[in-house]
Design a protein around this ligand. Structure first.
Ligand code: ADP
Ligand code: TRP
Length: 319
């Protein structure tokens, strides 16, 4: 199976991003072909500071490597290091109906809110289609919010194939299982936009502080409580082994404990869970030559495939 996904370098990952997305990307890395890239050209539509974009892109690559992306199995690269994508994007744009893009929610939302829209935001799904089609990708793991973009990619590929003959492989989305939505420090869905997140690489002290401040109800200690649906229990379950989960669940049902104890347990489990990644991250930061080498090798490998598909597309459409 040929797997591909892109991640925008727009911020540091939080627990929700890790358990809802990154962990699942990494689980697919042993597939026959797995390509993961940092979508810096997409982020250019929102980040207008060059130094920041450059730094964010490297940081996101280091995050993925620290969290277990193995460059011996997966190909990791920065989107703009494969210039074939931008050329392919134009070939696709030449045959993409306006209406297809006008229906995309990311663009419609901004218009509805009266926010200024740049051309790059409007044509964003075509660049995403080029990303996917350039590597003959079959499966694209993404969150629910990206489903429409994969459908648009299929429509664009079909329109091209219809006009110029079979050229592109039609990809399928693999919608990631975020059914177990990770709750934030206020009990609502963890999100960058709600300010209720805990970052994966948060330093230990602030992480502990955030955990100890997670909101709880005010039921008395002696009350027995149902663990299912309790956000502290949900957070604990992300990190703890099955045995520990079961014993925490019986503690809930027996009552007689304080939420502070659960928070301490979450802290200990989360700290132990992310400690190896934290250490790998420090090692990588101290060895940027290695990071640049991984990204360089990844881009070289991705370019070979993209050049092959681009040549096929150019031949088909007569340029
Ligand atoms: P945010 O809401 O913080 O802006 P994004 O929209 O950038 O997060 O999410 C990137 C990916 O991370 C999504 O595709 C989704 O699968 C996953 N994700 C984000 N927040 C959560 C959460 N609280 N629980 C589970 N998955 C999440
Ligand atoms: N648009 C995606 C997001 O915001 C990132 C992305 C760019 C992507 N190109 C892609 C995802 C190709 C999957 C495939 O999350």
């Amino acid at each position: 199976m040929k797997v591909l996904s892109g991640i925008q370098p727009t911020g540091r990952p939080h627990w929700g991003n890790y358990f809802g997305a990154i962990q699942q990307y990494i689980q697919l890395q042993s597939e026959e072909q797995s390509f993961y890239f940092i979508a810096n050209l997409h982020a250019l539509t929102t980040i207008r500071d060059g130094d920041q974009l450059r730094q964010n892109s490297l940081d996101t690559a280091i995050d993925l490597l620290a969290l277990g992306l193995d460059p011996d199995q997966a190909t990791l690269f920065i989107q703009s290091d494969v210039p074939e994508i931008s050329e392919l994007c134009w070939l696709l744009m030449a045959g993409t109906p306006m209406g297809l893009l006008e229906r995309c929610v990311s663009y419609k939302d901004k218009i509805a809110k009266g926010l200024p829209v740049v051309t790059g935001l409007f044509t964003y799904p075509v660049l995403q289609a080029a990303d996917i089609l350039a590597y003959d990708s079959e499966v694209v793991p993404v969150g629910e919010d990206q489903k429409q973009h994969i459908e648009v990619c299929r429509d664009i590929a079909q329109a091209f194939n219809h006009a110029h003959g079979e050229t592109f492989v039609l990809p399928k989305p693999k919608i990631l299982d975020s059914s177990a939505k990770v709750p934030g420090t206020d009990g609502e869905k963890m999100s960058k936009s709600y300010g209720n997140f805990i970052e994966v690489f948060e330093p230990v002290k602030p992480m502990k502080k955030k955990i100890m401040r997670i909101s709880t109800d005010s039921r008395p200690m002696e009350d027995a409580k149902e663990p299912e649906g309790d956000h502290l229990f949900q957070l604990y379950s992300l990190f703890a082994s099955e045995e520990k989960k079961a014993s925490m669940a019986s503690m809930y049902r027996a009552g007689g404990f304080g939420y502070g104890d659960v928070k301490k347990a979450i802290f200990e489990e989360a700290e132990a869970f992310f400690a190896p990644a934290r250490e790998r991250r420090l090692e990588l930061e101290a060895n940027m030559d290695r990071v640049h080498q991984i990204l360089g090798d990844g881009a070289a490998k991705a370019r070979v495939k993209a050049a092959e598909v681009l040549a096929r597309a150019k031949k088909a459409c007569g340029v």
